[in-house]
Design a protein around this ligand. Sequence first.
Ligand code: AKG
Length: 305
Amino acid sequence: MNSLASKDAKVLGETPPSQLIAPMRETALDTSPTEIRQRFADDAYVCLPGFFAKDNVSAVREAVFTRLDEAGEIRGTPANGIYSGTSQRRENIADLGKFWREVSENWSLRRVTHSRALHELCDVLLDEPCIPQDYLFLRAANFGRQTLLHSDSGFFARMTDKVVTVWISFGDIPLHLGPLFVMEKSHQHPRVTDALADFDVARDKDKKASWSETPIELAEQLSSRLLTRHMKPGDIVVFGMHLLHGSLDNVDPGQRIRLSCDIRYQAQSEPRDPRYFGPHPGGTTGVGYGELVGAIPLNEEWHIR
Ligand SMILES: O=C(O)CCC(=O)C(=O)O
C-alpha cells in the first residue's frame, strides 16, 4: 500500500496533517527470514498482511462477541461486532476479571495467539527459539476509544529485552475504526530511549507509560510520522519494546467494535517475568485479567497506564 485515506484518521479527535501520517511498510509472507530480520532491525516493526486465515479470525469474533452479547453490549448478529450503545456487564456478570479471563482463554483465540506459525515467525525475528507469554491483551474498542502513545518496555522488559509484541487484527479495521499506529523510527530517538531507561510501569507509580504529548505533537517534535494502515482480518504487526505506538480513534458511525489482541513472545533462553506466565498470571499490576481495559464494560471509561 502506498497511500492512506488519511482524512478518515482521527488522533485524539484531530485529523493528522498529511505529512505526519503514512502507510506502514508491508512484508509479504514469502519474504526470506534474512530480509524479515533486516526490516525488523531497521524499523523495529514488521507488518505481515494475511498472516492468519479468515476462518480463524471469524471463529475468534464469534466467540468473543457472543460473550459480549451476554453482557448486553451487542446489537444484532454477534459476529458483526456492533455495539448496542449500552452495557449490562456489571448486572449480568458476577466477576468481571473471571469473565475476561474466560474470554481471553477461549480456544479459538489461543490457537491463533499460540500457533506454530507465530512461534516460527518470532523465532526468526529474535533469531533464537521463543516462547509466548500466557497472559494476553484482548481489546474490544468501541466508538470514542483509542490507545494513548506509549512503548512496551516498561511493561514487558523487566527480565529481558529480547521480547516482541505481536498485534493481531481480528476484523476489518479501516482508519476510522482505530487501527494500531507506530511512530516511525521513534525507537532510535534519544528522547524516547532516555525516557524508557529503567522505567517500569508497575514500580514507578509516579510516572505513566503514556506520553503527555499527543501523537501529533510528538511526531512533529521528533520529526517523525504515524505509520498505520487499513488492517484486514488476520493481519499482524510485530514490534520491538522501544517503538512508540498507540491507536487511532474509533470514530465509526456504525458503532462497529474494533477487535484486536496483543501478545508477547520472548527468547526461551531468557528469564521469564512470572507476572505473564503460568496458569494464573497476575498481569502488570498483579490483579489478573480484571486489570485490562478489555475487562471494562463498553459504556465506561478506560484507565490510563
Ligand atoms: O491495540 C491497541 O489499541 C494498542 C496495542 C498496544 O498498545 C500494544 O500492542 O502494545
